[in-house]
Design a protein around this ligand. Structure first.
Ligand SMILES: [Zn+2]
Length: 239
């Protein structure tokens, strides 16, 4: 009986659509997009931090050179002040002034170096933290991708099964009827075959005339709703 088969066909089509429009799939894809964005952001932060560290190290190196130069100068003035060579009081005063100035420079420089090193230490820590975050986020992305892939494989397997079942059913229905059904399914909001309940059509909720109802209940032929044109289906209530 084609009516029964068309009803089964519609069940398969409904299931097919439900699988395709899966909200779970959509949510997973949304989450994946979000995680991927976060990962990209973290990687960018990591690169910036690395650049900052490279700059900082170069700056420290420069200061170290400068410090070595200042230390040499300090030694030089000390030698002149306390060395064997005789100098005039005017010269000695001048050396003392220069030494004091150099010592001040050195102290300032060393304070700056200390600050830079503390900054470097802080940035190194931040880099390690970022590395950890990236590793965690990558793990999350990988896990979700795997989950999504296995989910999609499952869905595909189910869809394939539906396709097979549909082909089997369609083989048993006249081609003309399948076409008619397909058209109705498209035009009637995915409800081509509707149940008859308490004398009305479940598609359009119209009460149907007695003779039509009897025809649906008694004959094996296809009966269409007079109002909405859908195929009427009748199922004996199982008590
Ligand atoms: Zn109707």
């Amino acid at each position: 009986m084609s009516r029964e088969e068309l009803y089964q066909l519609q069940k398969l089509d409904t299931e097919k659509e439900r699988l395709k429009d899966s909200i779970e799939n959509e949510l997973m894809n949304e989450k994946l997009l979000k995680l991927t964005k976060q990962l990209k952001q973290l990687k960018a932060e990591f690169e910036t931090k690395k650049e900052e560290i490279t700059k900082l190290k170069a700056e420290i190196k420069e200061k170290e050179f400068e410090d070595a130069r200042v230390i040499r100068k300090e030694e030089e003035y000390k030698n002149k002040l306390y060395g064997e060579t005789d100098h005039s009081p005017k010269e000695l005063e001048d050396f003392q002034k220069k030494l004091t100035k150099t010592e001040e420079n050195k102290e300032e420089l060393e304070d700056e170096m200390l600050e830079l090193m503390l900054d470097l230490e802080q940035k190194d820590e931040e880099l390690t933290e970022l590395e950890e975050k990236i590793s965690n986020k990558s793990g999350e992305v990988k896990k979700l991708k795997e989950k999504l892939m296995s989910y999609e494989e499952d869905i595909q397997a189910e869809l394939n099964e539906i396709k097979e079942n549909k082909a089997e059913l369609e083989d048993r229905i006249e081609e003309e009827l399948v076409e008619k059904y397909n058209k109705l399914y498209l035009n009637k909001n995915a409800r081509a075959v509707v149940k008859l309940k308490d004398n009305y059509c479940m598609g359009c909720r119209m009460t149907l005339p007695r003779n039509l109802i009897n025809k649906v209940k008694q004959s094996v032929d296809l009966v269409f709703c007079e109002n909405c044109g859908r195929i009427l289906y009748w199922e004996e209530e199982v008590e």
